[in-house]
Design a protein around this ligand. Structure first.
Ligand SMILES: NC(=O)c1ccc[n+]([C@@H]2O[C@H](COP(=O)([O-])OP(=O)(O)OC[C@H]3O[C@@H](n4cnc5c(N)ncnc54)[C@H](O)[C@@H]3O)[C@@H](O)[C@H]2O)c1
Length: 337
């Protein structure tokens, strides 16, 4: 009988540990074999907490291992291109976190390398695996709100960004790190690619970043027209403090669909001060099931030799929109894609 697929997580930070925990315990037909991180303390602590014994400081060493069939690339975005290309050349299947890479050329190099080496490439747009998003897509396809005219999607994160995210050259900013998901959501629900964008942005909450990173913005609004002439709006923010906020509104010719809420669960307390409800505080809990479903889908795509539901083209289109949005912010113009 064939052994389970061996999985290695490259990048043992916040998102890396979510995938690691899934593959350690909850993904059928897969075993978590090793973690990679150049920071030895991070790598060692990750493997210890996961109860596995192998870690590497250099991903190139991990890629030599025959025990590893597939990798999840969860490093800062600026390293995605080199790591994914090397993994593909070593014959490993790849689940690459969003944003796929820094620019369109890097995305094309990734797609070429995975095609040339006949390995799967899935991009980490896990919202497509969330129950409510799937149900909304089914509602759209059933025609229950007529023709979709406009999709508005917002994502706002509570915390100050990781230090590497302040540097737009390393991260492409919040449009990439936060709103890649919204970009993919608009494409998916509207069934078309972006044709033009106009974006405005500013830094209102992160004074500590102003001097060293004057281009950094913590609030952005992007308007878009699509190739099928439909409309989209993205609202993105970091460091909002009040909670993790992810909501979507899909407006049709005969109705509307809403996804998401600010509060977590249904508990509501009433007393003399008024009403209170716990706020949703993390993407980890909001999309917990979706991260697991995307990891399961990745392994199924390999074993059943199917194209993953979220592919390199989806990753590349999102990166194109990020770069067009950042150009629009800088130049103050509408940018055509
Ligand atoms: N899908 C999602 O919702 C989601 C959520 C968070 C982050 N992400 C993405 O995951 C990626 C990582 O983000 P994060 O928040 O986990 O960052 P992080 O800073 O918490 O972790 C990144 C880790 O990668 C390590 N690293 C750096 N260079 C490396 C290399 N060459 N090889 C191996 N490891 C290396 C760092 O030491 C660090 O431990 C980013 O692309 C980010 O956009 C996706």
């Amino acid at each position: 009988m064939k052994r389970n697929l061996g999985v290695c997580i490259i990048g043992s930070g916040r998102a890396g540990m979510i995938h690691a925990l899934n593959f350690r315990k909850n993904v059928p037909n897969a075993n978590l074999v090793a973690m990679v991180d150049p920071n030895e303390k991070v790598a060692r602590e990750a493997t210890y907490s996961l109860g596995i014994d192998k870690y590497y400081l250099d991903y190139k060493e991990a890629l030599k291992s025959d025990e590893i069939d597939a990798v999840v690339v969860v490093t800062p975005t600026v390293y995605h291109r080199d790591i994914v290309v090397a993994a593909a050349e070593a014959g490993k299947h790849v689940l690459c976190e969003k944003p796929m890479a820094m620019n369109e050329k890097e995305c094309e190099e990734i797609i070429q390398a995975t095609e040339n080496n006949n390995v799967k490439l899935q991009i980490g747009f896990m919202r497509r695996f969330n129950e409510s998003f799937i149900q909304a897509k089914e509602e759209i396809e059933s025609g229950s709100i007529g023709d979709v005219v406009m999709v508005r999607s917002l994502t706002r994160g509570p915390s100050t960004p990781q230090p590497w995210m302040y540097d737009l050259k390393k991260s492409n900013g919040p449009l990439a790190e936060v709103n890649s998901h919204d970009i993919d959501t608009l494409r998916w629900f509207l069934g078309a690619d972006f044709e033009s964008v106009y974006a405005i942005a500013g830094n209102y909450r992160c004074p500590e970043a102003k001097e060293e990173y004057p281009d950094f913005y913590d609030n952005v609004v992007l308007n878009a027209r699509f190739t099928n002439q439909k409309q989209g709006i993205i609202d993105g923010a970091v460091s909002v403090k009040y909670g993790y906020d992810s909501r979507v509104e899909i407006l049709g010719t005969e109705g509307v669909i809403f996804i998401g809420q600010v509060h977590e669960k249904t508990v509501l307390t009433a007393n003399k001060k008024g009403l209170s409800r716990p706020v949703m505080n993390s993407w980890r809990s909001l999309y917990k099931d979706a991260y697991l479903a995307e990891d399961i889908h990745f392994i199924e795509s390999i074993l059943e030799d199917k194209k993953p539901k979220v592919c390199g083209y989806d990753g590349k289109e999102a990166v194109k929109v990020v770069n067009a949005g950042n150009r629009s912010i800088k130049e103050g113009n509408v940018v055509l894609l």
